[in-house]
Write a protein that binds this ligand. Structure first.
Ligand SMILES: Cc1cc2nc3c(=O)[nH]c(=O)nc-3n(C[C@H](O)[C@H](O)[C@H](O)COP(=O)(O)OP(=O)(O)OC[C@H]3O[C@@H](n4cnc5c(N)ncnc54)[C@H](O)[C@@H]3O)c2cc1C
Length: 461
């Protein structure tokens, strides 16, 4: 499909809508909005605008739709699959200035916030009221970007992903129409679930401007444990057994030996360099948590764990989680000049040990360097395979290994992406993962965005 251009006339129209101080065609701004945290090639937009209101977005979309100009929403640009890269140029709508908490409904455990609010800041604000929004992608992501990618993270195993917390949203459709979807009820059987449709749509169906989120009361007590094994299979078997035991961990993360080595070095830790699980439980009382720990100890012993540290204080626990959140940065820092292809497969929990083993075998077969870690309790494996995209032969090997790993996940009735979204890199797996239901997705896209202006080149090939 041919797209329209952003020429002087369009720039004038955008200026009339947002004013000259909230738009830019400056080189550094275009550069910054041409690349996320992935290896995918930078592609600059023609103009960046920072709207403040749904009405401004509506006017820009109406104009862009008439002229067939691509529009890409931008949250914080922390995606790992090229999701917000404006591959066809056009207009980037940077939503970071729409960053207000509109209303806290403490009694209802709900918050209404603009999409540019950074979730970590939201949680700092909510902590004063004993509340929190659990999905936690680790990076400084915006609520809008989390909705766009259906982000989740270390606590998803207990609490759920972003989709489980969105009650209602205001969305601007590609035609410029502003609609409210969902309700503020905790449950509803009323009609199609449009919130679930928009969550994870990666900015391809419209622009969310505000979101009402369900919240959780902050747990009274925490308990963390670090468990180490001499073989990774023992660690992954432990994961599936913990999940089957009736325990409800709040986090259950895997780090392979190579990952432990880089976090030791870059986060100044002294973990034994062995396959490791980070486990956390949330509860009402230390007694209940101790009982849960006893069951964990038994399962770990059955799987020949070589070390289990528990009774970890708040400060040490925070350091461990900081190290876990900084795995990507630690890998980057220890491989200067290299990029990573990031695997994000998720499989049914019984298949997790095989998934991890398969990933490691594929790397060994191709002689590639990589790191395996991930939200093990949710069956979600991350592998970062390092290489240099400009070295074509070598990078093809990296891509080929990535495909073999994803293929295994699909054979296990899993998914190519547990949380990072399709973006550019995972489009090639869509037909295999979804079969004929991909056609239904394409029909929905055509219905809502007949001119294909919203974030073109994503999700669909
Ligand atoms: C170190 C690191 C660790 C990470 N760990 C995790 C993790 O554990 N779990 C996880 O899920 N992700 C993780 N990510 C990926 C990333 O942080 C998430 O995908 C996050 O949700 C992206 O949010 P963002 O605000 O940066 O959005 P962006 O990257 O700016 O945008 C994401 C997508 O949403 C669309 N979008 C943005 N705002 C809107 C809107 N208002 N309306 C409609 N569409 C919109 C964009 O067009 C794009 O397609 C990690 C990233 C890094 C760098």
């Amino acid at each position: 499909m041919g797209f329209g251009r952003v020429a002087e006339k369009e720039l004038d129209l955008i200026q009339r809508i947002v004013g000259s101080e909230r738009m830019s065609t400056g080189d550094s701004v275009l550069d910054l909005h041409g690349k996320d945290e992935s290896f995918h090639t930078r592609r600059r937009p023609d103009v960046v605008a920072w709207p403040l209101r749904a009405e401004e977005i509506s006017q820009i979309l109406r104009m862009a739709n008439e002229r067939r100009i691509p529009v890409t929403p931008w949250g914080a640009g922390t995606s790992l699959e090229g999701n917000p890269i404006p591959v066809n140029g056009g207009i980037v709508l940077d939503l970071q200035q729409m960053n207000h908490v509109i209303e806290l409904r403490e009694e209802d455990l709900q918050v209404r916030a603009e999409v540019g609010v950074i979730y970590k800041e939201l949680n700092q604000y909510l902590s004063r009221y004993g509340l929190f929004f659990p999905p936690d992608p680790g990076a400084a992501a915006s609520i809008g970007g989390m909705v766009g990618n259906n982000a989740s993270g270390v606590r998803t195993i207990k609490y759920g992903a972003t989709k489980d917390f969105v009650l209602s949203m205001v969305v601007v459709l590609p035609t410029g129409e502003i609609i409210r979807i969902g309700t503020n009820a905790m449950k509803s059987s009323s009609g199609y679930d449009l919130c679930r449709l928009f969550v994870g749509s990666e900015g391809t169906l419209g622009v969310a401007t505000e979101v009402t989120l369900r919240l959780i009361g902050l747990p009274a007590e925490f308990m963390a444990a670090v468990v180490q094994f001499s073989a990774i299979r023992n660690a992954t078997n432990t994961v599936s057994q913990i999940m089957r035991s009736g325990l409800s961990p709040a986090a259950l993360e895997l780090l392979d030996t190579q990952t432990v080595q880089v976090v030791n070095r870059y986060k100044n830790l002294s973990l034994e360099e062995k396959p490791t699980l980070f486990i956390e439980f949330h509860g009402m009382s230390p007694t209940g948590l101790k009982e849960e720990l006893e069951v964990v100890k038994e399962i770990c012993a059955d799987n020949q764990s070589i070390r289990l540290d528990s009774g970890i204080g708040r400060e040490q626990r925070n350091r461990l989680w900081e190290a876990r959140y900084d795995v990507h940065e630690s890998i980057k820092a220890s491989n200067p000049g290299f990029s990573s292809l990031v695997i994000d497969t998720a499989v049914p929990i019984s298949k997790y040990p095989d998934m991890v083993e398969w990933g490691q075998k594929v790397l060994a077969k191709h002689g590639l360097k990589g790191y395996a870690f991930g939200h093990a309790g949710s069956g979600n494996l991350h592998m970062e395979i390092v290489g240099v995209p400009e070295q074509e032969d070598e990078w093809q090997k990296v891509q080929g290994a990535g495909e073999e790993i994803v293929s295994f996940a699909l054979e296990c009735q899993g998914t190519a992406t547990g949380e990072h979204g399709i973006g550019i890199g995972k489009r090639k797996f869509m037909r295999r993962e979804h079969g004929k239901s991909l056609d239904v997705m394409e029909q929905i896209k055509k219905l809502l965005d007949p001119n294909g202006i919203m974030n073109p080149g994503k999700i669909f090939e």
